[in-house]
Design a binder for this molecule. Sequence first.
Ligand code: BJW
Length: 233
Amino acid sequence: MASDQIVLLTGAGLSAESGIGTFRGQGGLWENHDLEEVATPEGFARNPTKVHEFYNKRRVSLADARPNAAHFALAKLEHSHPGDVLLVTQNIDPLHEEAGSESLIHMHGELARALCGSCGASHVWTENLFLTTHCPACGKSGYMRPDVVWFGEMPRQMERIYEALARCDLFVSIGTSGTVYPAAGFVEEARRAGAHTVELNLEPSEGASQFIETLYGPATEIVPAYVETLLGN
Ligand code: BJW
């Protein structure tokens, strides 16, 4: 089908074959970590050192991760498609931009940035964070945190995302379990706009029945193939 305005939503499954673990299911991050402790503002207030250690380890492990064929295929789609493509990722890794995607929103923030809870400044951050880390903008210590979105916090650029969903004619959800809102509700928004909706995932997600078209398999196989079909190749 010919589509002009495309919105793509990606999740942890897209980066799984780049060696970055997913959250849910067997071997997922939440199997060994209590999300209430490491992914909520309350958990951070109770034990900031534990939360810093959790994200410091993940930041270090990102150094070895490289974009895979699925990341490159989505970047190709953005640059080859004659209409608009907006890529909304729930992932906090930098693999989409490393693959060449530019029209990109990190709705759950970025691991390679740090946020000062006192002055609100966000900084590019590749080092470990500690309770004693000073904010380069206001100089205070004890307030720095990973610039990521925890449960109970507002995801980033929601207005821009909902605007794009309201005028899209194709919505593709890739590598996400469809369990976390508001991202899990995007398919409903897109349907309301009359868009064709597609799920590409390893297995049916929680909201699989809401998609018109579904394709299952590893992202590095199904995403490049789907993009080539979209581009008419
Ligand atoms: C492959 C593959 C391969 C594997 N190839 N595929 C009750 C009802 C409704 C909502 C709520 C509720 N109670 C609370 C809420 C709200 C809450 C929420 O949704 N909770 C649910 C758990 C119920 N949401 C929030 O609090 C959000 N904020 C919010 O709602 O603000 C108010 C608001 C309202 C309205 C509009 C706007 C705002 C904030 C959510 C923040 C989520 N944060 C995290 C952590 C980020 C930092 C970090 O990385 O540590 O984000 S949690 C975690 O889950 C992370 C992910 O981005 C997110 C989604 O996970 P994802 O990507 O789907 O990963 P998985 O592991 O779940 O799935 C991977 C999939 O890939 C699987 O399906 C595999 O099969 C597949 N796969 N290998 C293809 N090779």
